[in-house]
Ligand binder design. Structure first.
Ligand SMILES: *Cc1c(COP(=O)(O)O)cnc(C)c1O
Length: 432
């Protein structure tokens, strides 16, 4: 079994270890929740302070030109593009993931109606992140489409049929950590005559993504998870250039206009992805997001996302091995794919009966010990397939191998002492 000393050696030998110094991590905290909210980069507070004090405070409205505010959504977009295999000027930051999904679903529906009028079905996974499904439901209603949800990954191939207009998936499932084969599913959907939208919320900054290589149609992603952009950071949106100018996106705001400062009464969409902007960008938030994205680009001289992925796989493999060796007899089960190729940068554990309802309290007991993961409720009717899960995200920029070891040691102790039974760990918080 891996010892804590083995983990110390692996940290010492880790060529990416120095990247951790880019962050202000609170003392005593073992943070395994960067898949929900990335940590604060050291550069962010000073940069945002500079934007406030100098660019806004002193230079005021001139800063739209002099500080390049007007170009910031494209500038930060071009940085994110390097992480996800998009070309220059193909990706912009804007709005939230939910809003961007609305834009690309609507555009894809219009394209599908024009090119393949008989197709009226959007397919996604029942276990996709709910906001993605809620937005798809709305777009389906507006366009007279049907949203069909598959229960398991095995059902996807049969759903790629003559009815299918759009396949919409999150590359890495937020619950299970299952990673879809983007390239194969995109190719199969195209062969079936359909378009594909990828949500990269748990991919961008977590693992290498090659949107162009996979020949994807549209993508959206989140700024506050692995990109470390801060709570509510702007999201991003990408369209393959072959689609970008075919239709208006539905939220035809002035920042997506070809000439916003001519103030004409009629809408004329900007060229390319710029039209996917809507209103005025949130400059303070975008400045913070840029600092977060820079923490990932700092890995480029060390092998970039490929090197980060290698470390992420090593971290998750170590976590799984230790969880099963140390806590297997206590009822801890792996609820993420065992094959690293089918897994994102997170690992979910569940608890076997009679502890299958204890997950929430166990996570809260871990948090009280400084080990921050999160809990996602399962389906009470189908706990075998959808158990309550303890979710742990591994962010190779700053997670150490000793953090993996310590987290499992705490989990072992929480179960051994049954401290999770304490009433304070069994009260439901608003955000879990
Ligand atoms: C986190 C996440 C979102 C978040 O959407 P917001 O609009 O930022 O609230 C959407 N989709 C997926 C798959 C996510 O993981």
């Amino acid at each position: 079994m891996i010892t804590r000393q083995d983990c110390e050696v692996r940290d010492q030998e880790d060529p990416l270890f120095e990247l951790r110094h880019q962050f202000d991590l609170p003392p005593g905290i073992n943070y395994l929740d960067g898949n929900s909210l990335g940590v604060l980069p050291r550069a962010t507070a000073a940069r945002v302070q500079e934007v406030i004090a100098r660019e806004w405070g002193m230079d005021l409205i001139k800063s739209w030109n002099t500080a390049g505010w007007i170009d910031l959504p494209r500038k930060v977009g071009n940085k994110i593009a390097r992480l996800v295999g998009a070309g220059p000027d193909e990706l912009v930051t804007a709005d939230s993931t939910s809003v961007n999904l609305y834009k690309v679903l609507h555009a894809a529906a219009q394209i599908s109606k024009a090119d393949a009028p008989g197709r009226r079905v959007i397919v996604s996974e029942r276990s996709n992140f709910p906001t993605d499904l809620y937005i798809a439901e709305s777009v389906a209603r507006q366009h007279g489409f049907t949203l069909k949800l598959v229960d398991t990954v095995d059902e996807i191939p049969a759903a790629l049929n003559a009815e299918l207009a759009i396949l919409m998936l999150t590359e890495v499932n937020y619950r299970t950590g299952y990673r879809h084969d983007m390239k194969a599913l995109t190719a199969a959907s195209h062969a079936a005559g359909a378009l594909v939208i990828w949500d990269l919320a748990h991919s961008a900054g977590a693992l290498p993504v090659d949107l162009k290589g996979a020949d994807a149609d549209f993508a959206v992603g989140c700024g506050y998870k692995y990109l470390n952009g801060g709570p509510g950071a702007p999201a991003f949106v990408w369209s393959h250039p072959r689609h970008a100018e075919r239709f208006w996106q539905p939220l035809s705001g002035w920042m997506g206009h070809a000439a916003p400062f001519q103030f004409t009464p009629d809408y004329r969409p900007a060229a390319g992805i710029t039209r996917y902007q809507c209103g005025t960008p949130a400059i303070l938030a975008l400045s913070a997001l840029e600092c977060g994205v820079d923490t990932l680009l700092a890995a480029e001289p060390m092998g970039g996302m490929d090197a980060l992925r290698k470390k992420s796989v090593a971290l998750t493999e170590a976590f799984i091995a230790l969880a099963e060796a140390r806590c297997g007899e206590q009822g801890v089960r792996l609820s993420s794919p065992r094959d690293a190729n089918q897994r994102g940068s997170q690992v979910c554990l569940s608890l076997a009966a009679p502890l299958h309802e204890a997950g929430y309290a166990v996570v809260k007991a871990l948090i009280a010990r400084g080990v921050i993961g999160d809990y996602r409720a399962g389906d009470p009717q189908r706990l075998d397939e959808f158990p309550h899960i303890l979710r742990f995200g591994f962010t190779p920029l700053y997670t150490r191998f000793v953090d993996v070891w310590d987290a499992i040691e705490h989990l072992h102790q929480v179960l051994q002492t049954e401290e999770w039974r304490e009433p304070r760990f069994n009260q439901q918080d608003a955000v879990t």
